[in-house]
Design a protein around this ligand. Structure first.
Ligand SMILES: [Zn+2]
Ligand SMILES: [Zn+2]
Length: 201
């Protein structure tokens, strides 16, 4: 599902609907933006950058100076350089001389997620998930480390093992899995892929 370059589903800040328009009951679009700064004093407040390079503030009616409660009951970590995901985000225009911002209204804070990677990386990994889902019917793909072709859930020599963390990439052997995890950076990507699949199942 996640085609992060689709402007209907993943609008930039400028493309967001104004907050005066009624919000739909279910999220059909998502704002993706990289966290630049955490400016929280009394309520969670972030400065973020979207993929067009526009910087703007995101404020939350939920939470306090400690932060925001995440969907799993733990505090959401607003790390600089990570990517904020705000379902059905709207743009609040505040009149002349004041910059527009995204205000996440009361009760909506728990819809917000943070993916532990830069926006560019998230977009790249989103494409990987997309590819995986499209080719999913055939169960045919290559080892994510050496490229050797095989079949996921297949038999014998051509069998590839799917990563149990993210379920997206697959490997031909234990050695390739270890190499993918350590040398090729899947250790970091795996969490992001898992997060992407949780948000957009
Ligand atoms: Zn391999
Ligand atoms: Zn994985």
């Amino acid at each position: 599902m996640p085609n992060f370059t689709n402007p209907q589903t993943f609008p930039t800040f400028a493309e967001l609907p104004p907050s005066s328009t009624p919000s739909p009951p279910t999220p059909s679009w998502f704002l993706l933006a990289q966290i630049k700064e955490n400016m929280t004093i009394t309520k969670p407040t972030l400065v973020v950058r979207d993929r067009s390079g526009t910087d703007f503030a995101v404020t939350f009616d939920d939470g306090d100076h400690h932060g925001l409660d995440g969907s799993d009951g733990t505090k959401l970590r607003f790390r600089k350089g990570h990517t904020l995901v705000v379902p059905r985000a709207a743009r609040t225009d505040r009149g002349e001389g004041k910059k527009a911002l995204v205000r996440v209204s009361e009760g909506r804070g728990r819809e917000v997620r943070v993916l532990p990677a830069s926006l560019e990386r998230v977009v790249g990994l989103g494409a990987l998930v997309d590819e995986e889902e499209e080719g999913g019917g055939e169960k045919k793909k290559g080892c994510a480390a050496c490229g050797k072709e095989g079949e996921v859930e297949g038999e014998g020599e051509r069998k590839l093992m799917r990563c149990t963390g993210c379920g997206v990439v697959a490997y031909c052997s234990k050695e390739c899995q270890v190499r993918g995890w350590n040398e090729m950076g899947h250790k970091a990507d795996c969490k992001v892929l898992k997060g992407i699949r949780e948000i957009w199942p």
